[in-house]
Design a binder for this molecule. Structure first.
Ligand code: 7RM
Length: 659
């Protein structure tokens, strides 16, 4: 990301070995980890094949672990059949029927528990209702729901029928929702009448109505969960209440067994170019990755209360709120609200009141809570916590140390987990009972996963502190299978950058730059492409630029990130207006309007923090925008770079606010 990060990680040399107390009870200790790594190194197919047989319940056992004959379109366990919802629910009923699967708390403090049996019933009922709408295996359904038990129920109901779900984060705008619905070809959308968040009422149903008014000709039905007392318009013949649809259906529904490679879900994520990519995940390999990583990384045990604060609209919510923990028969916490209501103690109060044992959140949240001071967490009893996790962006050593000291009371392990929407499950992380941690490093790949650092040519980078591109050198079960509707883009974006290795293996390019230290620990520096990471959310600079350019007053726009104390990165836009460039109040009004416009086009997370109006952008003679220059300007740095290739060097002064 920024050179500041690079500096701070390079000077970080504290090491925290796991405590004896943690090691004594851990699922995996250092010797066991070495044994797992050795086993995987000897034969990674046999390694994953064994776990797939042990951990998943198959309807038809698979014969082939990995088919790489059509690489990079890898297939794992492809001749086996199973059902994800059966694996998350049914198989626990005999032993865990009365165990709580979900502990829910709303922003206003309302709570509700769902046992595995209750969750199973709710899922079966909704599945029967979806069946009643004529949905069958292979159909796609878009979910636009709050972070709630209903979201988990809807995902599981789809999975039960072999319907591919695509969750669209409730913070996305109607336009973004429309694009995603259209790309999936969904005939049904599941939403809610609204939800309470940050003290505001979020009009989810209106979002769907607006999206459908903008397009989506294939959508026939909208299923609406009633979660508020607000009245929302219901279009006759199109909109159906969830509670009415499920009122008179049987409480059981046979799972539809599907091939292991059957698409379980699509999740849209930003790339450096073009429209968001529908990342396609499969059933068997994905579930295995989510399940095993939850055991290894979170040391998940029968009596844990696991709280991953990520919204179900993100991959983290898919893998560590829904599929990973439920496949393990664990209890998850779901909090539908913001961390600051009624005050910055809310997360810690929830940890105390519910007895959360494992807490997994994002650096942006840690930094924000850190800012409000340690007196707040110190007011709460956090003694049930036994493990802390971080995900979404590099965690700066200062935030790591605060997390360690103030929340972990200098005793709890911290797992800094690196992974992506595309990887499906955690790729690099400490194993809490085995790995000595270093603040700011995600340490090493999990067993069965293989990473490397390469230079521009794809050659391994050697040398103690050398940096380069992060690549994954062997396929893994939970990897994305393709980009929905665009397999060529899949091959090019993820495997097209570097030549195959002499043994024929292809390099998966993560798009992150990294550095590997003398202990073989990885330090992720940030994205190498034009992807911003704002509060742990991926945003393509292109997407924000397109949104800006869709405004009638904008001729051209360039968007870059600049380091931000809490959000990780802030969005900075340089905008060229059509016609004369406004100044003074007129400029201020336009800037305000443009910020709102981006919010409407993509969602509030994409709203630019800074907008600068200018007469031109710094371009090379071949017409390329010099982004590194814009990044320096956005940061307020002195321009020391070579601008001799610039076509219009004078513009630099103006952009920097000096002319
Ligand atoms: C899980 C998730 C993926 C991008 C990834 C990185 C960054 C995520 C870490 C991290 C440093 C981490 N999926 N990233 N985790 N960087 N340390 N522990 O976030 O698809 O939304 O984003 O996020 O740049 O490529 S994601």
């Amino acid at each position: 990301m920024s050179s500041d990060n690079f500096q701070s990680v390079l000077t970080e040399n504290r090491v925290f070995p796991p405590s004896d107390a943690f090691v004594a009870k851990a699922r995996v200790n250092a010797d066991q980890l070495s044994a797992l790594r050795a086993e995987a190194a000897a034969d990674f197919r046999a390694f994953w094949g064994k776990f797939a047989r042990e951990e998943l319940s198959w309807e038809t056992p698979f014969q082939t672990v990995l088919d790489d004959s059509n690489a990079p379109n890898y297939r794992w366990f492809h001749d086996g059949t199973l059902n994800a919802s059966y694996n998350c629910l049914d198989r626990h009923l005999a032993t865990r029927g009365d165990k709580v699967a979900i502990r829910y708390e709303g922003e206003k403090g309302d709570t509700r528990n769902y046992t595995y049996r209750e969750l199973h019933t709710e899922v079966c009922k909704l599945a029967n209702a979806l069946k009643g709408l004529g949905l069958v295996k292979g159909d796609r359904v878009v979910l636009y729901l709050p972070h709630s038990a209903e979201a988990v129920i809807a995902m599981q109901a789809c999975a039960r029928l072999g319907i591919t779900h695509s969750v669209v984060f409730g913070g996305f705008s109607a336009t973004a929702l429309r694009d995603r619905i259209e790309d999936t070809g969904a005939r049904v959308v599941i939403t809610a009448d609204g939800n309470q968040r940050g003290g505001n009422f979020i009009e989810l149903k209106k979002g769907v109505d607006d999206a459908l008014a903008l397009g989506c000709p294939l959508v026939e039905k909208v299923v609406v969960a009633k979660r508020t007392t607000q009245t929302v318009p219901m279009a006759a013949g199109r909109d159906l209440w969830w509670h009415e649809l499920t009122a008179a259906v049987p409480a059981t529904c046979e799972p539809v067994f599907v091939d292991a490679e059957h698409p379980l879900f699509l999740l849209y994520t930003s790339g450096s170019t073009g429209k968001p990519k529908g990342i396609q995940h499969c059933t068997g390999g994905y579930l295995l990755g989510a399940m095993k990583s939850a055991q290894w990384v979170f040391d998940l045990k029968e009596d844990d209360l696991f709280w991953c604060t990520a919204d179900v609209g993100w991959i983290t919510g898919h893998s560590y709120v829904t599929y990973g923990p439920l496949a393990n028969g664990a209890t998850v916490m779901i909090y539908e609200g913001v961390p600051t209501i009624p005050d910055a103690g809310r997360f810690w109060k929830i940890c105390q009141d519910h007895g959360v044992t494992i807490f997994y959140t994002a650096p942006t949240a840690i930094r924000a809570l850190m800012k409000s001071g340690e007196e707040i967490p110190n007011k709460y009893d956090l003694s049930k916590l036994r493990l802390l996790g971080s995900v979404g962006e590099p965690i700066n050593p200062e935030a790591w140390m605060w997390y360690h000291r103030v929340i972990g009371k200098e005793k709890l392990p911290i797992v800094d987990t690196w992974w992506q929407t595309e990887t499906g499950s955690i790729m690099m992380s400490p194993i809490p009972g085995a790995t000595a941690t270093k603040p700011g490093s995600c340490t090493q790949p999990l067993p069965g996963l293989f990473a490397d650092v390469v230079d521009e040519l794809g050659d391994p980078v050697s040398g103690k502190t050398a940096g380069g591109y992060l690549v994954i050198t062997k396929p893994w079960p939970s990897m994305l299978r393709t980009i929905w509707g665009d397999n060529e883009r899949y091959k090019k974006a993820y495997f097209g950058q570097f030549p195959a290795r002499p043994d024929g293996s292809l390099l998966y390019v993560a798009g992150d730059s990294t550095h590997r230290d003398e202990d073989g620990y990885y330090w992720i520096l940030g994205r190498v492409d034009d992807v911003l990471n704002v509060s742990g959310h991926r945003l393509g600079t292109m997407e924000v630029e397109s949104a800006l350019v869709s405004h009638p007053r904008v001729a051209e726009a360039a968007v870059v990130g600049r380091p931000h104390e809490i959000k990780g990165e802030a969005v900075c836009a340089f905008v060229i207006c059509k016609g004369a460039r406004p100044t003074g109040d007129e400029a201020a009004a336009l800037i305000k309007e443009l910020r709102e416009h981006v919010s409407k086009e993509i969602g509030p997370i994409a709203k630019p923090d800074d907008i600068r109006l200018a007469d031109g952008l710094p371009k090379t003679r071949s017409g390329k925008i010099m982004r590194r220059l814009l990044r320096s300007i956005a940061k307020g740095e002195e321009i020391t770079q070579d601008i001799s290739t610039l076509e219009n060097p004078a513009i630099v002064e103006q952009l920097a606010g000096k002319a």
